[in-house]
Design a protein around this ligand. Sequence first.
Ligand code: ARG
Length: 751
Amino acid sequence: MKRFTYLIVALLLVSGIKVKADEGMWLPMFIDRLNYVDMQNKGLQLTPEEIYSVNSSSLKDAIVGLSNSPAPQGYFCTGEMVSSQGLMFTNHHCGFDAIQKHSTVDHDYLADGFWAMSFEEELPNEGLTASFLIRMDDVTDSILNNISDTLIGQARTAAIKEITERLKTNASEDGKYNVVVKSFFNGNEYYLFVYEVYRDVRLVGAPPSSIGKYGGDTDNWMWPRHTGDFSIFRIYTAPDGSPAEYSEENVPMVPKHHLPISLDGVEKDDFAMIWGFPGSTDRYLTAKGVEFTTEYYFPPLIDVFGKKLETWKKHMNEDQAVRIKYASQYAMIANSWKYFIGQRKGVKNLDVIGTKEKYQKEFMNWVNSDPERKEKYGNVISDIDEQILQQMGSIKPLIYASVSGMGGSQIIGFARNYSGLESKLEKLKEEKDKKKKAKAEEKISKMAEEMISNLDEDYKDYDMATDKDVFAEMTKLYYENLASDMYPEILVDLHKKFKGDFYAIADYVFEESVFGDPKKTEEFLKDPKLKDLQKDPAFIFSKQYMAGLMKASQSFRQENPAAAKAERLYMQAMREMEPDRYFYPNANSTMRFTYGQVLPYSPADAVEYDYVTHLSGVIAKEDPSNDEFIVAPKLKELYETKDYGPYGTECGSMVVCFLTNNDITGGNSGSPVINGKGELIGIAFDGNWEAMSSDIAFAPKFQRTIVVDSRYVLFIIDKFAGATRLIDELTIHKQMPEPERVEMMEEVPTE
Ligand code: ARG
């Protein structure tokens, strides 16, 4: 074994490859060429074919991209197949929106959990889709060989688009597949991805939030963690196995591969890999780019999101129905808000800007030491930074206009939906021809009827009193943070009329507008009049906010072809400067894997964190006065009786979460954490506070992935929920300790 290791090290040295186990989100098609030897060395026992194969079933066939689109370009979360009957695991926070949508005060699945005890009880989720990667191809040459290097700006984008569209059509097999082409390494490489998209994905099980979201926003992004962050879905297909819309006739999918689940538990240094769809990272940003992100982009978002959360929370605490309505939106905004704050802290603590500046100095020395290089790459950083400087000056109005203006309150969004009706009514007014007029009227009443039929759905997660306060607070932030040339006229008028009292402005708008109340909207729609629409204050706000947003967006997004070219060249130059370094592409919502180990860490001087947490820690954190730390009585009972079944450890404890040093980001949520044998050991669900800057710079000493242990997942399904029918369809692996096996054999009665 040892000799083998030396051989590998020697090979790596000879070929000059430097691979780091933990850092990197790697492309599956290169596993054999780039990573396999290193992975094997670290404990992987599968062959490359067993992991990624285009011709036969392999591990990649168990990995699912989750989206709300029938033809996704990206995925909000990852899932993994765990049975031959289409059962899929993901995170509770990935299923949260679906769970919330099915919840009412009478069936509060968020609070109480949900367990379908038969196939019939499984709940369809309109719009939710599950994508499987069929294959990926390198199409760099097909694209870049047909494009001149000097082509820049919109002409370049258009030329690339034309070729990609052709490639996509060819690979789609008449629409059977969803084909996506993405740029990698800032336009230096292109890959094509062929996916099969399943459109009938049903909710099967979810623990109560007191397990699935235990610790809430307080513990979010942090270790030590005690969250059972998982939920269960099932993919259905048409009877012939092909993807289909929801139908009663549909049958559970038979996936090409599903992951067996290990009950053996993890130990420090164990091999662990994670497969999934990381959304976005920006690891090759310049120092100025980092400054832009943390000092210009995030602060207005933190400001607006913080106020929105505070306002929502007040109302959610007072009323269960309101709490259910806003739960999903609240969780999403709270998660981003804390992420922005954490990333700013991380960038400072880890001196990310200083490190980048040092790197850029070395880079410029390398560039300047050769006249040819100087000619080619001499301006790349300054060209990139010039665009960033321009954006630093224009981001603030854009953020406030979009998140406190247009996207501030729901009433503005509702009103915005009526601009189509407005133009139809305007045309009608101009129409002189009687016949055409009658036709136009018919069209309008059809449109209005349809809008009436959508009202229940549109206003499902809306509470007027809550949104009125949100409107007041958001309008105030807009007013206080933007220059007067961004003020909508109506805001100026109302501000004067109500002497700067934003709550009085809100009262007026919600009283006078039809869009704050679906009943009033319905009345309006029964006989829609242009005059009424055009004097509706929410409608006027929506139009004027939109105009402001367009203006802010234009000044932010000034076309800068030199910068786009410079980004491409900077990447190319870095790779030229460091030929021995293996660069991995930024995350872009395509399938990746990352591999590393189960590891503890030290978050600060003299502080050591263990790599596992236990059920005892859940109990220790209990606080019945805080809804984030409530422990269900049943869970407490199981803890007290130590009724862990086969899921506890040999020492009689129940592991809840563990840590690895894998490199993941948002989108990886729900990803399988897999051991060297290809078995599921847990589900990844978070990153840690000390490495919140990781989307910009990997922090090897601190960066950890937080995983819910597969044993805890099964314990909750089996012992807590009693959903044994689900346990029965899983493929469970548990190694018997040697002596016990002998005992068992002795106990077998002879017939
Ligand atoms: N931080 C996790 C992620 O971005 C989400 C965790 C959800 N939990 C919560 N308390 N909001 O994937």
